[in-house]
Design a protein around this ligand. Structure first.
Ligand SMILES: Cc1cc2nc3c(=O)[nH]c(=O)nc-3n(C[C@H](O)[C@H](O)[C@H](O)COP(=O)(O)OP(=O)(O)OC[C@H]3O[C@@H](n4cnc5c(N)ncnc54)[C@H](O)[C@@H]3O)c2cc1C
Length: 465
């Protein structure tokens, strides 16, 4: 390692950090199990060094040196990932994209912007809003995450039902491959040039290369926004309303349906007790936006939705990015997490019931609830939340694994997919292998070998060892 650190320092100067503070700050992401380990005084090990390249050339030098020496490389964006995609090891170099930031190019005519991969989400949005433009991509973590992290995890924003998720917005990528070669993939607005190589890196979680620049397609800021709220007997009773809207061609950017426990938690002032709250936010040019809201009012009413005060939506808009951290719960010996999955409309009500039934017998269970927040013509996502307080705190990790295992087993049983937008990391590797099957896993391993023959890029993530 000393030799590698010396070589990296010769390339990066002050951009190579080995001080204990920097190493400790880059040893994990926001995965709750890593946080629990830290709380118990057994954190993941610190990496040997943190490289902070400021240019693509410097990033290429880091990957070349590490490739030649066979040293593991762990990319680090905002560190807001929640699946264990970042875990320190004493023989690894963390590559932070912190200094690969800023707007590189903007065309208002083409609605295209190119950013350094380490640009913070909110920083990117603010630059664009000053020009009357928007990304339309608002993950709840927009203030914690980076543009490159969005690509690496296949993120979804809160307005995805109209604007799409990150894969719908990425026009081009610059990626440094292990060994230091620089690859540019993607040209807009569409191409029939064989397989789409951008998709190799979307969701690759740092296992195939380091994303250094991202070109995104933009939107103009909307002229009008119209909120609507409704309530239903239950979450399954409200799902057909969303399906109908999307299948007739109404795509409000925000479409969120909460089950009764979550409605009570977030919308107690607007949703009668025991009912499920649906919030819609329509955005766009005035005439079509008003027309969409009129259709929604009719359509949702026709399937049993009772209109509620749209102030519920304003409340959500105001509070949507405020989430309590895990730490306070862990200190009270409560283990908790969220698990987002997706499946087809014909099975989603069943999935909701199956997961709640599977979680109910978990010892010490305090909460099991869900909402639907990203919808499509053919199906929707379900975002489950669970919390449990075992008698013996030593059982917290075991209970955690049980809740995940049961939720993902039920998801696979109804033909669903085990991750809608948080990605795989370490927490879902085995479930991903079950979903892909042996042929899919072999293909993923083959791609990994082709791009990263020495296996240096983020080992242990995505593909089971
Ligand atoms: C409070 C909270 C709310 C959240 N809300 C949402 C949400 O609404 N929608 C959503 O999709 N996610 C959400 N997340 C999850 C997380 O913010 C996303 O996964 C986000 O895309 C991660 O970005 P990041 O820059 O923090 O990546 P990191 O956590 O730094 O890294 C994530 C993974 O990508 C790799 N990586 C990072 N940057 C690069 C790069 N430039 N090149 C190659 N690999 C890279 C890392 O090695 C790691 O495996 C939330 C998380 C939190 C804590």
């Amino acid at each position: 390692m000393t030799d590698v650190v010396d070589r990296l320092r010769a390339e990066l100067g002050a951009g190579l950090r080995t001080d204990p503070e920097a190493r400790a700050a880059h040893r994990r992401d926001t995965w709750v199990l890593s946080e629990l380990r830290e709380l118990r005084g057994e954190p993941p090990p610190d990496p040997a060094a943190v490289a902070e390249p400021a240019t693509t050339g410097e990033a290429a030098a880091v990957l070349r040196i590490c490739h030649e020496a066979g040293v593991p490389v762990v990319p680090f964006g905002g560190g807001s990932g929640v699946c264990g995609g970042i875990e320190g090891r004493p023989d690894a170099v963390v590559v932070s994209t912190r200094r690969l930031r800023g707007l590189r190019r903007l065309s208002a005519e083409d609605l295209l912007a190119r950013f350094g991969a380490g640009t913070g989400g909110m920083e990117a949005e603010q630059v664009l809003e000053e020009c009357g433009l928007t990304l339309g991509h608002w993950p709840q973590s927009i203030e914690l995450s980076t543009v490159g992290g969005w690509v690496a995890t296949r993120a979804s924003g809160q307005f995805s039902t109209a604007y799409g998720s990150i894969e719908d917005l990425v026009v081009a990528l610059e990626v440094v491959l292990p060994g230091g070669r620089v690859l540019e993939v993607g040209r807009g607005p569409r191409s029939a040039n064989g397989p789409d190589l951008r998709h190799l890196f979307l969701g690759s979680e740092g296992t195939l290369g380091l994303v250094t620049e991202v070109e995104l397609s933009l939107r103009r800021l909307p002229e009008l926004r119209l909120p609507q709220a409704f309530h239903f007997e239950s979450l399954p009773a409200g799902l057909p309303a969303i399906r109908e809207l999307l299948q007739v061609g109404i795509h409000p950017p925000v479409v969120r349906l909460y089950d009764p426990p979550e409605s009570a938690r977030h919308f107690a002032s607007w949703c009668p007790e025991g009912r499920a709250m649906l919030i819609l936010l329509h955005k766009g040019p005035e005439a079509p936006t008003r027309a969409a809201a009129e259709v929604a009012l009719r359509q949702v009413g026709a399937v049993g939705g009772v209109a509620a005060d749209p102030a519920a939506v304003e409340h959500w808009l105001e509070h949507r990015n405020r989430v309590p951290g895990f730490r306070g719960f862990l200190e009270r010996r409560i283990i908790l997490d969220t698990i987002e999955v997706a499946c087809a409309w014909s099975r989603v009500g069943e999935l909701y019931r199956r997961v709640l039934d599977a979680l109910a017998p978990v010892p010490g269970l305090l909460v099991a609830s869900a909402h639907s927040s990203h919808s499509y013509r053919s199906g929707t996502s379900l975002y489950f939340t669970f919390a449990a307080r075992p008698e013996d705190p030593a059982e917290m990790p075991g209970l955690y694994r049980t809740c995940w295992e049961r939720t993902l087993t039920e998801t696979l049983a109804v033909g669903g997919t085990v991750s809608h937008h948080h990605g795989i990391g370490r927490v879902r590797r085995e479930a991903l292998a079950r979903e892909l099957g042996p042929e899919g896993v072999a293909l993923l391993r083959g791609l990994k070998r082709a791009l990263d023959p020495r296996g240096i890029m983020n080992p242990g993530v995505l593909i089971p060892d």
